[in-house]
Design a protein around this ligand. Structure first.
Ligand code: HEM
Ligand code: UGT
Length: 359
């Protein structure tokens, strides 16, 4: 309903132009142009500056993100002019290469065309780079989180390899057309092989993880306009890989084997064998990423950076909102300040949101 769009647009321009230090006159002029366009066409187009500011503030408003200290350093790649899924695939390869940057990861977002009443581009992947998951009679292979999407890829003609670390293809759809499948050139994929600073046997586990976490299934909302394809990346916090992806029983379930190799008493919970195995797996993750020159942050440093973010926001007169249940790290949460203070989970816009799955 364009009344709602007009309200959101006016609020975004007012807040944004004032934060950007623009004059009342320039703000009023822009609002008039935007409202006129909405009344004539039912939508409006953001300027480059509005997109840049909107994407950064959407990150600043992401209540579940512990990494928000760096919100102003977001790199924006404007691909609102692409016209085919093939162009989109090429742009996604560019994003992966630019963001990876030889390991010195650059937080980046690529903005694809805004949704219109009759058209939208969608990326089916949850993350651009992710491992396949397979359910077989003998049990699960690979990343169980990917089982459903892997099935879709196979339905669309992708050749399964039934390995534990098979990189999935890109699946891109225009409107209701048949989605297209694109293999990512393997030279674009940076991965870190896991080793431990003391345990020589750790590398025998043949564990690895991809370098760049690149969320591609959320929509970005700015001033009432929706961008259904706006993939963004940061760098990993070590616990995401070491305390969840490789540790969860229903994911790669590595704690029992690590504890066995460490000679721990896995028969008694009270030996805290799971906790000891967790510490060493997370030590290996942080050590390997650093050793192989790939950006990563430990959860203590990340919490400290988040504290700086809180102080800076207060200094700017903005209240910091957050989702405590996600902000606390999945390992030693009470060893960070976050655990010991409350956060209001008030939803501010611009922001990133979940959207209906396209499959
Ligand atoms: C620069 C390094 C960054 C780090 C270390 C970081 C860290 C994290 C972590 C650990 C989570 C929780 C993920 C989970 O528990 O599964 C998270 C959530 C989130 N982050 Fe960040 N982040 C970073 C950059 C970014 C960027 C660049 C954006 C967007 C422009 C962003 C937007 C979000 C959003 C929207 C969520 C919530 C996702 C959901 O609700 O599923 N983050 N972040
Ligand atoms: N380090 C990161 N971690 C995540 C950030 C957002 C989402 C996720 C994955 O969320 C999944 C859905 C719920 N937990 C896993 C991971 C980043 C990804 C993109 C920019 S930073």
């Amino acid at each position: 309903m364009s009344i709602e769009l007009m309200r959101e647009a006016e609020e975004f321009i007012k807040n944004g132009y004032s934060e950007l230090g623009k004059s009342e006159q320039e703000t009023a002029n822009r609002i008039a142009v935007v409202l006129k366009m909405i009344s004539e066409k039912g939508y409006y187009t953001h300027t480059n500056e509005e997109i840049d500011y909107g994407a950064k503030v959407a990150w600043r408003n992401s209540n579940r993100c512990i990494g928000r200290f760096f919100w102003q350093t977001l790199n924006i790649i404007d691909k609102r002019n692409i016209q085919s899924v093939e162009e989109m695939a090429a742009a996604l390869f560019e994003h992966i290469e630019f963001a990876t940057n030889g390991g010195k990861i650059r937080p980046t977002i690529t903005v694809f065309p805004q949704s219109r009443s009759n058209s939208a581009f969608r990326i089916w992947n949850h993350q651009l780079i992710r491992y396949a998951g397979y359910e077989t009679e003998e049990g699960v292979i690979g990343d169980t989180s990917s089982i459903q999407f892997t099935k879709e890829c196979i339905k669309l003609g992708w050749e399964p390899k039934y390995g534990n670390f098979d990189i999935l293809p890109l699946v891109i759809q225009y409107n209701q057309e048949e989605p297209k499948v694109f293999d990512i050139p393997q030279q674009l994929i940076a991965e870190v092989h896991l080793e431990h600073p003391e345990y020589e046997w750790f590398k025998e586990l043949a564990l690895k993880w991809y370098a760049v976490p690149l969320i591609s299934d959320m929509k970005m909302e700015i001033g009432g306009i929706t961008y259904p394809a706006a993939p963004f990346n940061g760098w990993y916090m070590g616990t995401e890989i070491g305390a969840r992806n490789l540790a969860d029983e229903e994911r790669y379930d590595q704690l029992p084997i690590i504890a066995e190799m460490m000679g721990l008493n896995v028969k008694s919970h009270a030996s805290l064998w799971k906790d000891r195995a967790l510490v060493e797996l997370n030590t290996a993750v942080l050590y390997s990423f650093k050793n192989q020159g790939v950006s990563i942050v430990d959860h203590h440093t990340a919490a400290q950076q988040f504290k700086q973010f809180e102080l800076k926001e207060k200094d700017k007169g903005r209240e910091v909102t957050g989702d405590w249940t996600w902000l606390i790290p999945s390992m030693s949460p009470a060893a960070t300040h976050i655990f010991h203070q409350p956060y209001k989970n008030k939803i501010k816009k611009p922001n990133y949101f979940y959207q209906k799955k396209p499959y």
